[in-house]
Design a protein around this ligand. Structure first.
Ligand SMILES: [Mg+2]
Length: 404
């Protein structure tokens, strides 16, 4: 089989409300690039990448001269064809590779009539658990609804998500308000949901000292882990030496070089595997094997996803024996998806692993066209700016907190 074409389409899909984070916000919608890899056998595979626009579409088009004629089953060859580690000093294509890898796995599964998890060693579970992903939110621009700012709003939002989706693990995305305020928020969640598990993630915004203070103040709670409380491997190492909660990261161990450093001189206990950041599902599976050997924890990370990327997370989660934590997904914040049948459904805080051939999802062409048109109308947005604070940007470690 040979690749005959690569197409990329930027789309934007609305969220229920703008999601705040340490660097700014998702401004009420996600921008994603949907990738289609076509073959000479008439089979098309789908991939997805975060962000988009003309430059992202051009980057995918630019890889056609490398990959047209390539056999989509030759995934290790594709890695070296476009992501040779020394050539990548000049052309960092990790995230492009990830989207193309999803598409090639989709093609392989469709050709062989098996789900992607069967190509990854088979599944050890039928459903993957997810945490409620609690964000501080700005009100929706049109309706004025959806704000999460006060402790009361946060606990109410968490209760609604728990009732609607069945979550029993709650992740608080912080790094927005002063640490003392977010500490009070986190403690309020622990008090309101005493049987549930918790995790806090300020995206590396705290100083080492603030992170230690925060961590020590929550040591007695039902914490899964303390996720990127501060920036940098050595910052994480200093926090880890002073706080009795496992540390976790999706920022400072996102490739094999960093994983090796983390094993030689430990800073992080739980590695959050992101199918985009690591360059695909298969690198995550390889990293999970290294973590299994060294008995480091793993979990499924979310960098924002529509259904194609969610499928990549579900097939990975299905195949990992050492997955001891609920995964993260932004998915429940979306108003819609581009899949036939609409959004995938949660049950008891879990989503079923797709069973159809390939990624097991079918893209709705009308919705793809609709959200591509919406992108043409709205364009992109600056992920690292806050619509509520014009001119603002953070420091690392931050001290320019929003006012609760
Ligand atoms: Mg994180």
């Amino acid at each position: 089989m040979k690749i005959t074409d690569i197409k990329a389409t930027t789309i934007t899909v609305p969220l229920e409300a703008p999601l705040r984070h340490s660097n700014g916000a998702h401004w009420g919608r996600f921008v994603r690039t949907i990738v289609e890899v076509e073959t000479d056998e008439g089979i098309t595979g789908f991939g997805e990448m975060g962000g988009g626009g003309e430059s992202a579409e051009m980057a995918f088009r630019g890889l056609k001269s490398y990959l047209v004629g390539h056999d989509p089953f030759q995934l290790e060859e594709m890695r070296f064809a476009i992501c040779n580690p020394t050539a990548s000093l000049y052309n960092n294509r990790t995230q492009l590779h990830a989207a193309l890898e999803f598409a090639c796995l989709d093609i392989m599964g469709k050709k062989l009539n098996v789900p992607v998890y069967a190509l990854l060693g088979g599944k050890v579970r039928d459903r993957v658990s997810f945490a409620s992903y609690l964000f501080f939110r700005l009100p929706d621009e049109a309706t004025g609804q959806g704000e999460v700012r006060t402790i009361e709003q946060l606990v109410k939002h968490c209760r609604e998500l728990k009732e609607q989706y069945g979550f029993t693990t709650h992740k608080l995305k912080g790094g927005v308000f002063p640490p003392e305020y977010e500490l009070a928020c986190y403690k309020a969640l622990a008090e309101a949901f005493p049987d549930d598990r918790l995790r806090y993630d300020p995206n590396g915004a705290l100083s080492v000292e603030d992170a230690i203070r925060f961590g020590q103040a929550i040591e007695g709670l039902k914490n899964d882990y303390f996720e990127d409380p501060t920036w940098g491997l050595n910052g994480m190492r200093r926090v880890r030496s002073m706080v009795r909660i496992p540390t976790a990261t999706n920022t400072v161990v996102i490739n094999f070089e960093q994983l090796a450093q983390n094993i030689l001189n430990p800073a992080v206990d739980v590695i959050l595997l992101d199918t985009t950041f690591w360059g695909g599902i298969r690198p995550c599976i390889k990293a999970a094997g290294v973590c299994e050997t060294f008995q480091l924890g793993i979990a499924v990370h979310s960098s924002g996803e529509l259904g194609i990327q969610l499928a990549s997370m579900l097939h990975m989660g299905a195949a990992l024996p050492n997955l001891a934590f609920a995964g993260d997904a932004h998915y429940h914040h979306l108003q819609d998806d581009i899949l036939v049948g609409g959004k995938m459904e949660y049950k008891d805080g879990t989503i079923a692993v797709p069973e159809g051939p390939g990624l097991g999802i079918t893209v709705d062409r009308d919705k793809l066209a609709h959200y591509a048109e919406l992108y043409r109308k709205l364009g992109g947005y600056p992920y690292d700016r806050d619509p509520a604070r014009p001119g603002w940007y953070p420091l690392v470690p931050n001290e320019r907190w929003a006012t609760p």
